[in-house]
Write a protein that binds this ligand. Sequence first.
Ligand SMILES: Nc1ncnc2c1ncn2[C@@H]1O[C@H](COP(=O)(O)OP(=O)(O)O)[C@@H](O)[C@H]1O
Ligand SMILES: [Mg+2]
Length: 277
Amino acid sequence: MAKIVVDNISYVYPLRDGVGLKAIKNLSLEIGEGEYVALTGMNGSGKSTLAKLLNGLFKPISGRITVDGISTSDENSVFEVRKKVGMVFQNPDNQTVATLIEDDVAFGPENLGLPREELISRVDYALDAVGMSEFRGREASKLSGGQKQRVAIAGVLAMRPEVLILDEATSMLDPEGRAEVLDVVGKLNKQGITVINITHNMEEAALARRVIALRKGRLAIDGTPAQVFSSSLLEACGLSLPPAAALARLLEETCDFAAGNIIDEATLAEEICRQLR
Ligand SMILES: Nc1ncnc2c1ncn2[C@@H]1O[C@H](COP(=O)(O)OP(=O)(O)O)[C@@H](O)[C@H]1O
Ligand SMILES: [Mg+2]
């Protein structure tokens, strides 16, 4: 069975006078164990709403979501689902709860009432996994944006999640911070954690093995990055090509270059060299 099964769900935000805003409309999809998915789409397409539905923060008004077979609508298991599906948000500055980094990372597992030994080993593991062990005694407020997001990821990891959702977690970072976070995320995925990276950045989306695009609360495109970037629906979803793919297409139009389905810089450079030879 897939790790996450989204079966024909809808979600409505209640507005005044009994009217509601339908943010997710009859959405179905499955995400398998250990997948690396980029979730994209225009502003307002429903990405953050879907993320909150996946970790049980919101309940679908119809349809059903299961994580490892557990329904997110089951009140008795909601805590179980939240532990399995961890979330990191956009703003690096409002995700810390404690002054010191190690206390911040320990906050989640402390509330699980774990034995002290287990708590220490989880904090050690989480800080090590994001490459922040040497900062453990320092103040979170003094870190760079990328470091703050890595600490936020560590806080989630200390809960031993199976799925990590990043909701535009790199969008406020400089290129260096973005690279640091993506590097950590790639490593965690290799260790078996399922990753769902919500992003507007197509270069970042191309790092995933699967890209899902939402449009007005519905599933619009779902495929490998190469499939998605050659989809005729890309523009309708408000998405652009990753820069390397755009340049490859331009070269195809302006000279005798075969762009194929190039989406990353390394392949583009390789192909330019090969085709120039
Ligand atoms: N708290 C809220 N109350 C009412 N409407 C909301 C709320 N949050 C989001 N929406 C609306 O739901 C739709 C989907 O929003 P969201 O999931 O935040 O999209 P995305 O993350 O893709 O930008 C949008 O039309 C948005 O305006
Ligand atoms: Mg959002």
